[in-house]
Unconditional design. Structure first.
Lengths: 321, 504
């Protein structure tokens, strides 16, 4: 019995144990680690990832495994933002978010209605959109020609109170709102039930298609916001701006204790997962590891965590059964 | 009596799980060509005993003799070698591959050592298909394309392919209609005539009495009684299983009939059911009876808006309605307890409490926030009324026995306080004790001025519980029988007239 509660504890707070471990490790590695600048830098470095992962987590939470169309959604959003900037800031914001909503709704409708495998469909969508962009715009970056470029630049550069980047604020707010929505609201509860079993959810009176569409729309919006920030940072759009983000987002989601079967975990956990990735990368940078080696380590961490989650769930099941 | 050689003899079998005695000193003998039924409530230890025979628990105590020879069954392979074949309650077939490959999966015929010999595979599997009366099915058909009862028969064919001397069947008819079960019994008789010994586990006492020669009852892991079928009655067997007299199993219920709750006028869904008309009043239970595939569940699903209907009218409390979605029906206080509790009814990996509140808080309520805590009192009250065991709201639902899961499912829908409660197979695969508990709860709910519709393959249940029974046959309404004028046996007569050939 004691062993069981210990395992449950790890399942719930495991991410934060990793975060704590990394914090301690960071302090040992470098005395600059705990400085305010470094801590803000860590958050800054993972803020786009965090925004993306919290959207992706919605898809995972309602049992649809992962949304692999995010890299292309990011790219599409970066183009939409650069191209619509000439109409003004608010039309640009509206169009960028709308592009995310549309791609998400398309994914959700096709997957929810026709029961196509999520991984296959979203991966195909990713190729289609990346391909379309290259057909229309080629592989070169495009830059904004008209509109308020100075203000556009500020989206990724503005610091609230002079030191907290806007991206960090957006990430924290988004996660707080989603966390409360998922854990406390009735619709959030429907996400959980759909994640546990679509069939049972249907026979409990839940509109499963609606929930699946909502989750993908959430993921699409989050990817579009990420794309907007990336476009603002480089003041340009390019077909490959989202490349690699999806894997890191999945890593964060899995680190959070959200299993890919759905219905478990929380957005607060995803925040922990994102933090862990940020801390890990920061420590590796402080240690002087190059970015390729950092990728190797992130990949290995992913595999270990997936193995460990599987192991604890199986152990728990064995203890319960 | 002289010393006989039994096909299977178990002597003082004990199986412990840490300190818990799941099987406590059981001795059973089965002769060649004999069907020996093992009855007991869920959790009585029947399945554990069967698993001992199947070699899944090598740490049992006691002796097992096969054809007079003592054998220690310490692995499933050993069990197979000794000629023991087991057909599990849940289907164990690989759905995406062909019937032939499934049947012969234990010993796929090969040529030149490595290549699959397709010709022999097909020929051999044809022989076994014929044995179970499925000679009309192509061995090359995919299992996923078969109906459930055909799949069940394929499973039996698969068991036969190892040429067993002892066949163990665990609830083989739970997914079969009466007609299909009849066919299965014919097959069992043919096999026993050839000298096969059969151990038969079932909840359906009528079946047990139909097929078996001896009946052993178990309770709490202990052996209660072994008798020749001729020397006992189903009442006695039930008494032995439950440990108390339940003469009032289907006690008379005085229906206090009120207003019409639901009225259907010539409801039709093309290809599923046509021209269904009925009324159900407050304080009344309407039974719907028919074979699986007669359109019973389709009718129920159409009533609550999960499926559609094409023609006809539906009136609910005097108002003409058409539920466009299931949540609309739930908000009208109509509940549908679906037929398959594992796939459609309960979130098996969530705690009991969350399951019970789910329909009310998530589908019926219209608030923005999810409010679970406020329902705790009501949840506990329902769990107490239904005697859900363990009485712990945090227990994971998947760990409960089938009977308790079914109680949780009923509690989930009673939470929504339904004016009309539609029950689809509310006690399938459930032990006698849980069954009567569920029946009592339904009756209590109906006596409060609500209505219920009950769909069941268990004729005794439909006949015993309902005030009137609607007979469906191939989607057509064959009549409504009133309990006050007719009785159960006449229900069965009508079923007979429908080509079902069932007796109660």
């Amino acid at each position: 019995m004691k062993k069981k509660s210990g395992l449950e504890y790890i399942g719930k707070f495991g991410t934060y144990m990793i975060v704590l471990f990394l914090l301690i490790a960071g302090c040992l590695v470098s005395d600059k680690f705990l400085s305010l600048t470094n801590l803000v830098n860590i958050l800054d470095a993972v803020s786009y990832l965090g925004i993306l992962a919290s959207g992706m987590a919605l898809v995972t939470y309602c049992g649809q495994s992962v949304d692999l169309s995010t890299p292309s959604t990011i790219a599409v959003a970066s183009f939409v933002s650069i191209l619509t900037l000439k109409f003004g800031m608010f039309p640009m914001l509206f169009c960028t978010l709308a592009s995310g909503v549309l791609i998400g709704a398309l994914n959700g409708l096709v997957i929810g209605k026709f029961r196509i495998n999520t991984v296959v469909w979203t991966l195909a969508m990713s190729f289609v959109f990346a391909g379309l962009i290259r057909v229309v715009f080629g592989s070169a970056n495009i830059y904004p020609k008209e509109g308020n470029v100075e203000l556009f630049e500020q989206i990724s550069r503005y610091r609230v109170f002079g030191f907290i980047p806007l991206g960090v604020i957006v990430m924290v707010l988004l996660m707080a709102v989603l966390h409360i929505f998922i854990s406390r609201s009735r619709i959030g509860r429907q996400f959980k039930l759909v994640g546990c079993s679509e069939e049972v959810a249907k026979y409990s009176g839940i509109n499963v298609l609606k929930i699946i569409v909502l989750s993908f729309v959430g993921s699409g919006i989050a990817a579009a916001v990420t794309g907007l920030f990336i476009a603002s940072l480089s003041i340009s759009a390019c077909y490959n701006y989202g490349t690699g983000y999806e894997f890191r987002a999945i890593t964060a989601v899995v680190l959070s204790g959200m299993v890919l079967d759905g219905g478990r975990g929380s957005i607060a956990g995803v925040f922990g997962g994102v933090l862990a990735i940020g801390l890990l990368n920061n420590i590796m940078t402080l240690l002087g590891l190059n970015s390729f080696l950092q990728n190797v380590v992130t990949g290995i961490v992913f595999i270990v965590i997936v193995w460990f989650t599987n192991y604890t769930t199986k152990k728990l099941e064995a203890l319960n059964g | 009596m002289e010393k006989e050689t039994y096909a299977l003899e178990m002597k003082h079998i004990v199986k412990r799980f840490s300190s818990f005695l799941a099987v406590n000193d059981i001795s059973i003998q089965v002769q060649k060509g004999e069907v020996h039924a093992v009855c007991g409530e869920n959790g009585a230890g029947k399945s554990t005993l069967m698993k001992v025979l199947a070699g899944e628990y090598p740490d049992y105590e006691g002796q097992i003799f096969i054809n007079g020879e003592e054998i220690k069954i310490d692995s499933p392979t050993k069990a197979k070698k000794c000629g023991i074949a087991i057909i599990h309650q849940e289907l164990g077939l690989a759905r995406p591959i062909t019937v032939a490959e499934n049947i012969m999966s234990g010993a796929l015929p090969r040529k030149k050592g490595i290549f699959l010999d397709r010709k022999t595979l097909i020929e051999k599997s044809k022989v076994y298909l014929k044995m179970v009366g499925l000679d009309y099915i192509s061995p090359n058909a995919l299992v996923s394309s078969l109906s459930q009862h055909e799949a069940q028969l394929v499973e039996i064919a698969k068991a036969l392919s190892s040429n067993p001397g002892i066949l163990i069947m665990d609830e083989p008819t739970s997914s079969l209609s009466r007609d299909e079960a009849k066919r299965l019994f014919g097959i069992i008789r043919e096999l026993t005539a050839q000298g096969l010994a059969v151990l038969y586990i079932s909840h359906f006492l009528s079946e047990v009495f139909e097929i078996s020669d001896y009946i052993t009852t178990m309770r709490d892991g202990k052996h209660v009684d072994t008798v020749k079928k001729e020397d006992t009655t189903s009442e006695a067997v039930i008494r032995n299983m439950v440990g108390k007299d339940i003469r009032d199993f289907y006690a008379e219920r005085k229906a206090d009939v009120g207003e019409v709750v639901l009225q259907a006028k010539s409801l039709t869904r093309y290809g599923f059911f046509k021209n269904i008309s009925f009324e159900v009043h407050e304080g009344e239970i309407l039974g719907i009876c028919g074979l699986s595939g007669a359109g019973r569940s389709e009718l129920a699903r159409a009533l609550v808006g999960i499926d559609v209907w094409d023609e006809g009218e539906l009136f609910y409390q005097g108002e003409k309605i058409k539920n466009r979605s299931y949540s609309e029906a739930i908000r009208r206080n109509i509940a549908y307890l679906s037929e398959d509790r594992k796939l459609q009814g309960l979130m098996l990996n969530l705690p009991i409490g969350e399951n019970i509140v789910s329909a009310k808080t998530v589908s019926q309520s219209k608030t923005f926030w999810y409010k679970e805590k406020e329902e705790t009192g009501q949840v506990k009250k329902l769990m107490e009324e239904l005697q859900v065991n363990p009485p712990n709201t945090d227990k994971i639902t998947g760990q409960l026995s089938g009977g308790n899961q079914q109680k949780v499912l009923l509690a989930k829908w009673l939470m929504t306080n339904p004016k009309l409660l539609i029950l689809d197979e509310p006690t399938r695969g459930v032990d006698v004790g849980a069954k009567s508990m569920i029946h009592e709860a339904v009756k209590r709910h109906v006596n409060k001025g609500n209505a219920a519709i009950i769909i069941s393959s268990d004729l005794m249940e439909v006949g015993g519980l309902s005030d009137r029974v609607l007979i469906l046959y191939h989607g057509c309404q064959r009549g409504i029988i009133d309990k006050e004028q007719d009785n159960c046996s006449e229900v069965s007569l009508l079923m007979l007239a429908n080509g079902d050939g069932a007796g109660l």
